[in-house]
Design a protein around this ligand. Structure first.
Ligand SMILES: [Zn+2]
Length: 340
């Protein structure tokens, strides 16, 4: 059978990412009109007429990786304030450093450098969360990465915004600049339960529904966060967010390290996606997320690097490997979170 293609890519290995972990040797990928039309076995290659042929004799060809939780611009803070717990790290080191340095130019340059590192290790899509959102979007377009631009929302001032309303208004205004860009999607990113008020969370839910936007939030990252919520709100963060209407399929919950069985069921019931960040959780000693239990409950779990300051790399293959290893040591079960 003959086949015409615009581009034929011969690869030593093609990893199809089928559920059975299929790996094909010496096959070729045929592309026409920007779409994959066939994966051709070695004996069928002669029958393909292609306008352009690329040979990758030592490569793995596979779908692009999705970095589900990142602050790409923080690559410029890589290695800054190592070996600290989350709140000390944030309040006494990261936030003051950001106050000194973060600007539109910092974010554009940092995001572009971060994206170069991600592309090098096979990542083609990033779900980011930071400030100066149009700089993140411009960097994504320059790098050719599919970029989810999370507009951070906090109650307190930073270089970028004054208060929650200011972060929201600026973010939505920047979103308007990129309408029609298929590679750029803006999301609302209330930073975390301990930095965002009930009123702001309610506003985020309403706006997300009206504008059909995803929501990206750090949730249940540390035991401290849960203790703080219990003393301030008399409930654990996830219960508070559920009551505020935040839990839905539009939510990507980053971390979700400390969860009881009811909370795992709650996340599954509402169709929440979880961004698991194994290296960040290890570096900040946040804990071990119950990934195996989340998967067993039917929760959609993706992997993120988090920012370079809490990793210190943006390498999705490294974090995928870490996800499998951490789940095994955490459960003392070598079958937990298999390699594929
Ligand atoms: Zn983060």
């Amino acid at each position: 059978m003959s086949l015409t293609a615009d581009l034929l890519i011969h690869a030593r290995w093609i990893v199809t990412v089928e559920t059975d972990g299929e790996v094909l040797a010496d096959h070729a990928l045929a592309i026409r009109d920007g779409k994959i039309v066939a994966i051709v076995p070695p004996e069928g290659v002669a029958a393909v007429s292609a306008k352009e042929t690329v040979r990758l004799p030592r490569h793995v060809l596979m779908p692009g990786l999705v970095n589900l939780h990142c602050h790409a611009a923080m690559t410029l803070l890589r290695g800054y304030a190592d070996d600290l717990a989350l709140m000390d790290w944030l309040q006494n080191h990261i936030w003051p450093a950001e106050g000194k340095h973060v600007s539109d130019e910092f974010v554009y340059d940092g995001t572009l450098i971060g994206m170069a590192e991600m592309i090098r290790s096979g990542t083609t899509t990033v779900n980011d969360m930071y400030f100066y959102n149009s700089a993140v979007a411009r960097a994504g377009l320059a790098a050719g990465m599919r970029t989810f631009v999370g507009c951070s929302i906090l109650e307190f001032p930073t270089n970028y915004g004054l208060n929650a309303d200011d972060y929201i208004n600026k973010g939505l205004k920047e979103r308007d600049e990129f309408v029609g860009e298929s590679m750029v999607t803006f999301t609302l990113a209330p930073h975390a339960p301990y930095t965002v008020s009930d009123a702001t969370f309610r506003k985020v839910v309403t706006l997300a529904e009206q504008l059909d936007l995803p929501i990206h939030c750090h949730i249940h990252e540390t035991q401290d966060e849960i203790n703080g919520s219990l003393s301030e709100h008399q409930v654990r963060p996830l219960a508070r967010l559920a009551a505020l209407g935040l839990l839905s399929p539009r939510l990507v919950a980053a971390h979700m390290v400390h969860l009881n069985d009811e909370e795992i069921a709650l996340a599954a019931h509402h169709g929440v996606s979880v961004a698991h960040n194994p290296t960040s959780n290890m570096k900040l000693a946040s804990g071990i997320a119950p990934v195996q239990k989340l998967l067993a409950a039917g929760v959609n779990v993706g992997i993120g690097t988090d920012g370079a300051a809490s990793n210190n790399k943006l390498d999705m293959l490294a974090d995928t490997r870490m996800s499998a290893l951490l789940a095994k040591v955490g459960t003392q079960d070598p079958t937990a979170v298999p390699a594929a």
